[in-house]
Design a protein around this ligand. Structure first.
Ligand SMILES: Cc1cc2nc3c(=O)[nH]c(=O)nc-3n(C[C@H](O)[C@H](O)[C@H](O)COP(=O)(O)OP(=O)(O)OC[C@H]3O[C@@H](n4cnc5c(N)ncnc54)[C@H](O)[C@@H]3O)c2cc1C
Length: 415
């Protein structure tokens, strides 16, 4: 009997984990399956190599449902199955030793993303995986109870690990959706996630551009607050970014696509509430400490952050405010509740994740097997789960890749 063949489409974080786990699960078996990873790019895992600003934030000490958006059944099943010890052992088997950066975020000890790719590639090769680089899969057809890829490669099982359209320059593409829809699987609606947002330029003050500050950011949909995140916000010329904004961006993108009005309410003084801010300003002005209005909050936040709020409250930057002036109270409230309408996102090209994908109706969360067609597995970014910033997406890609690989091994060894 000839060895069974598995094709892995995509040599990114999930595809390499799938190939490795499939071969690990087949170790000691006489007729080990042949595993071929097809990668469209000339290099493997380009997204992983760019991750964490080149340092690869590959995990997090706290994996829980609250850090993911998407299909609830899929996420719950993945979180339940995730085992930190097994994950660390898997990484160690590849030669990847992890450490943190003083927070819950996990990195390779080298803090170099390309060392992770090198280790994953080396581990797959040592287990017998084959790589076909610069080889884009453009068709997958049924061939009896097997599959025909690009009209010439026959496989007994196919693992779709193609990722989604985020970061096209690093290999992101929608080809997984095209291939799966050719097998009769309905195409999911997808939106950019973990990306910067584009404020409506009419309401985006030039004076804030280039400023970074710790803020609390609420996502307002049709005027209602739906989510709050906090952290450093980056106020750029045409965009607003930073971790809290990125974490809200998937929701914003989906809501904008549904035709809802989306705004960000930014609290520029998250640690000092408006009443206390007013008391501080009142005391300073009463003592004659500040003669220019633009200096009022200078010890609490960058001046550039509230320069435009002075204008909105009809206060001239160089005027001397009386502590009793009503405009002072208004200014204190305003800096805690600035609302900026959002026009859109920067799009998939500059997104780090994808909102939406194949959910538990299409894919069995426990095995990553496609429900409608035996022998097909789906993992990583193609699935309907996107994590917050902090190593959640690479953990998801690696874990679901391993699940798909293990399930495919189960099928091939029993076929
Ligand atoms: C700039 C950036 C920084 C990030 N930083 C982090 C981080 O620090 N921590 C974190 O957890 N996550 C991070 N992410 C997200 C993380 O990289 C992704 O979630 C993860 O790479 C998804 O893995 P994947 O294998 O599903 O898809 P991908 O990594 O996209 O891999 C899919 C592969 O399939 C190939 N492919 C696609 N179609 C075909 C085809 N038809 N034929 C053959 N090959 C094909 C692609 O070329 C690609 O190499 C970051 C993402 C970006 C863009």
């Amino acid at each position: 009997m000839k060895a069974k063949v598995a094709a892995v489409i995509g040599g990114g974080a999930s595809g390499l984990a799938a190939a490795a786990e499939l071969l690990r699960a087949s170790s000691g078996v006489k007729k080990k399956p042949r595993v071929v990873v097809f990668e469209a790019q000339e290099r493997l895992a380009r997204k992983l190599c760019a991750s964490g600003s080149g340092k690869c934030n590959l995990g997090n000490r706290h994996i829980d449902n609250s850090r993911y958006n998407g299909d609830k059944a899929l996420i719950s099943s993945y979180v339940t199955a995730y085992d930190a010890i097994s994950d660390e052992e898997f990484l160690r088997d590849m030669g990847i030793y992890v450490t943190d950066d003083g927070s819950d975020r996990l990195y390779p000890m080298s803090f170099k993303a390309d060392s992770v790719m090198t280790a994953m590639r080396g581990y797959c090769l040592s287990l017998g995986a084959e790589f076909s680089l610069a080889d884009t899969i453009t068709s997958v057809d049924r061939y009896g109870d097997r599959f025909l890829l690009n009209g010439s490669f026959i496989a007994d099982a196919v693992i779709f690990a193609c990722g989604g359209p985020s970061a096209g320059r690093l290999g992101g593409s929608a080809s997984g959706y095209d291939l799966l829809s050719s097998l009769g699987v309905p195409r999911p609606d997808v939106y950019p996630a973990l990306c910067a947002l584009v404020p409506d330029k009419k309401y985006w003050p030039a004076s804030m551009r280039g400023t970074r500050a710790h803020c609390e950011v609420s996502l307002l949909v049709n005027g209602y607050r739906v989510r709050i995140e906090s952290g450093e916000v980056q106020f750029n010329e045409k965009t607003v970014s930073g971790i809290p904004v990125m974490d809200l961006s998937g929701d914003a993108a989906a809501m904008l696509a549904a035709g809802r009005g989306v705004s960000l309410e930014i609290n520029k003084s998250p640690d000092i509430p408006p009443d206390e801010l007013y008391a501080i300003a009142y005391s300073l002005l009463s003592r004659g400490a500040y003669t220019r209005a633009e200096d009022i909050f200078a010890c609490v936040m960058p001046r550039s952050l509230y320069h435009d709020d002075l204008r909105v409250c009809a206060i001239k930057p160089d005027e001397t405010l009386s502590p009793e002036d009503d405009r002072l109270k208004k200014l204190c409230r305003r800096v805690s509740q600035c609302v900026y309408p959002i026009y859109g996102t920067v799009g998939f090209e500059d997104a780090q994740a994808v909102r939406g994908g194949y959910g538990s109706d299409a894919v069995d969360p426990e095995t990553c097997a496609l429900r409608s067609l035996g022998g097909v597995y789906v993992c990583g970014e193609l699935l309907d789960a996107d994590g917050a910033c902090g190593g959640y997406n690479l953990t998801f890609a690696r874990t679901t890749g391993r699940t798909a690989g293990k399930s495919a091994a189960g099928l091939l060894l029993n076929k």
